[in-house]
Design a protein around this ligand. Structure first.
Ligand SMILES: Cc1cc2nc3c(=O)[nH]c(=O)nc-3n(C[C@H](O)[C@H](O)[C@H](O)COP(=O)(O)O)c2cc1C
Length: 197
């Protein structure tokens, strides 16, 4: 596991999460009932996604943009602003697993512009309509300003038959100090899947 997180608001990408140097995570089994879908540019959300995958014995799929984000923070902010004002980025989704297998989806995303990061918004725009009847929870990492309207955006982009569970958000600089808190949330989320089946 990456123990040197880029952390703060101005973090440059570690270059591993923009598919520049490393294949994106594709951990897909035949039996898992939980799927973690996440996007992470500089590694903070990926750090949590790895914990979520282990704690919930989940499958895991990393979203990547067809055109990778820059490693430079300011250049990323500039592109993100343009996308949020115009159109969201194209994603690589040809190997996306079939959702039928899963009853719980965990969506992991950084907060960009006080909402879900653009690739996660794009994922929900494209595939949210296929998530009817699922239990869905999102976890986000932020630079100290909270989760913004992430939960509302999620609700708007999935069918009403989906059950949205409590979300989790954590400041980037606090992630490593709060692993236990995150694991508690994961346990609660996992239990809710089992109890409500
Ligand atoms: C384009 C961009 C926009 C951001 N906007 C916000 C924001 O509105 N509020 C906030 O608290 N943090 C913001 N951040 C900080 C990230 O949410 C935070 O550092 C996060 O942990 C990065 O996750 P990652 O390492 O998984 O990419 C922004 C970061 C970027 C790159």
């Amino acid at each position: 596991m990456n123990t040197q997180l880029p952390k703060g608001r101005g973090a440059i990408s570690d270059g591993k999460d923009t598919n520049l140097n490393e294949a994106p995570t594709r951990f897909i089994t035949k039996n898992a009932k939980t799927l973690v879908i996440y996007f992470s540019r500089s590694g903070n959300t990926e750090y949590q996604a790895k914990i979520a995958q282990k704690v919930l014995h989940a499958d895991s799929y990393e979203l990547i943009a067809k055109n990778s984000y820059p490693t430079d923070y300011d250049a990323t902010v500039s592109r993100s602003n343009q996308e949020q004002a115009g159109s969201l980025p194209q994603l690589v989704t040809d190997d996306l697993p079939n959702f039928d297998q899963y009853d719980l989806l965990l969506l992991g995303s950084p907060i960009w512009g006080m909402t879900l990061a653009n690739p996660m918004q794009k994922f929900l725009e494209q595939f949210g309509s296929q998530l009817g009847g699922k239990r869905i929870a999102e976890f986000t990492t932020n630079a100290g300003f909270g989760a913004g309207n992430a939960q509302r955006v999620l609700k708007e982009l999935v069918p009403v038959s989906a059950t949205i569970l409590n979300d989790y958000t954590i400041r980037d600089t606090e992630i490593e100090k709060t692993n236990d808190q995150f694991k508690d949330w994961l346990q609660q989320t996992g239990v809710s899947r089992i109890l409500c089946k």
